[in-house]
Design a protein around this ligand. Structure first.
Ligand SMILES: C[S@@+](CC[C@H](N)C(=O)[O-])C[C@H]1O[C@@H](n2cnc3c(N)ncnc32)[C@H](O)[C@@H]1O
Length: 294
């Protein structure tokens, strides 16, 4: 079972610290899409980060359904929705595996779905089953959009990029605590997964790495994801990782929390920093768009 499904996984904390996706990206997605805009399904929606953004940024869509395997996540998404029911009136959530759209059968005819999105979650899926289910559910010409992010880097503090990689993957840190192969596929940004041309056409695959920043500004990169966080907030973000959740279970009374050790090291490397210093973190990102063949 994924740590995201564990009952003690904190979906609200997850939602409050996770990165969101820039408006500029939704414009690219909207421009790509052709034809009717009745229904979009956002699979692996977690607490609804992209689901709520889709309903606001692609407001020409009449209905947005978010689905997730984890009841904890679905419950978290519904409780966020309840805080502002009017604003999110076109959104609903279902508990469902991303590789199945059975929940639609009672609500809409097969192949009536105009867009399916899968954001930062496909690394957990059975990709062949997912593509087959999408091909069965999207109307001809409808859009399949997968996007997400890999690891982040510190553009202004390069030594910290090596430190966060060490914390994430070293054998004596979080390395053994990730569920595999999901984590590896995620940090490689699905580079070995490709749409099957038997079902999909007009395929776009776009990747952004730190080298692509050279000579460009953030506005030149539609899926430019960054956050300014204090070191204290960065600790909270690391604590939202499933790998941290598993590490904590295994080390309930560790002398020093692994995130405190990271901050100590950051201050050792850059003595001008303290817990309240704000740093920019920037993610490597990607997107994969395609249309269902006619
Ligand atoms: C990293 S979160 C991403 C959440 C959200 N899409 C976002 O962009 O923040 C991955 C989500 O995938 C869900 N998940 C994992 N395996 C799944 C599966 N087979 N079907 C549906 N959801 C799944 C997890 O429960 C989790 O909520």
């Amino acid at each position: 079972m994924s740590a995201f499904s564990a009952q003690d996984f904190n979906a609200k904390r997850y939602s409050s610290v996770r990165p969101t996706y820039p408006d500029s990206f939704y414009k690219v997605l909207s421009d790509y899409h052709r034809g009717p805009r009745e229904l979009v399904v956002d699979v692996g929606c977690g607490p609804g980060i992209a689901t709520f953004q889709l309903s606001e940024q692609l407001d020409s869509f009449q209905r947005v359904i978010g689905t997730d395997l984890s009841p904890t996540m679905v419950e978290g998404a519904r409780s966020i929705q309840k805080q502002n029911p009017q604003r999110h009136s076109r959104v609903s959530f279902e508990q469902s595996p991303g590789e199945s759209f059975k929940f639609l059968e009672s609500k809409t005819d097969k192949q009536k779905c105009d867009m399916i999105t899968a954001v930062e979650c496909v690394h957990w899926f059975d990709f062949s089953k997912f593509q087959e289910a999408v091909a069965d559910t999207l109307r001809p010409g409808g859009t399949l959009a997968i996007w997400g992010y890999g690891d982040f880097f510190f553009p202004d503090y390069p030594l910290l990029t090596a430190e966060i990689d060490h914390l994430s993957y070293a054998d004596d840190k979080l390395g053994p605590y990730w569920q595999q192969p999901g984590r590896r596929i995620a940090c490689e940004m699905l580079k070995d997964l490709h749409y099957d041309p038997k079902w999909f056409q007009d395929i776009e695959e776009v990747y952004f790495y730190e080298n692509d920043l050279e000579g460009k500004g953030p506005n030149d990169i539609p899926l430019f994801m960054y956050q300014r966080l204090t070191l204290a907030q960065l600790k909270e973000y690391i604590k939202s990782w499933s790998g941290y959740h598993s590490w904590k279970k295994d080390n309930p009374s560790a002398e020093k929390d692994i995130t405190d050790a990271f901050v100590d090291r950051a201050i050792e490397l850059y003595p001008q920093l303290n817990e309240n210093s704000e740093l920019q973190i920037t993610w490597r990102t990607f997107w994969m768009f395609a249309r269902r063949r006619y």
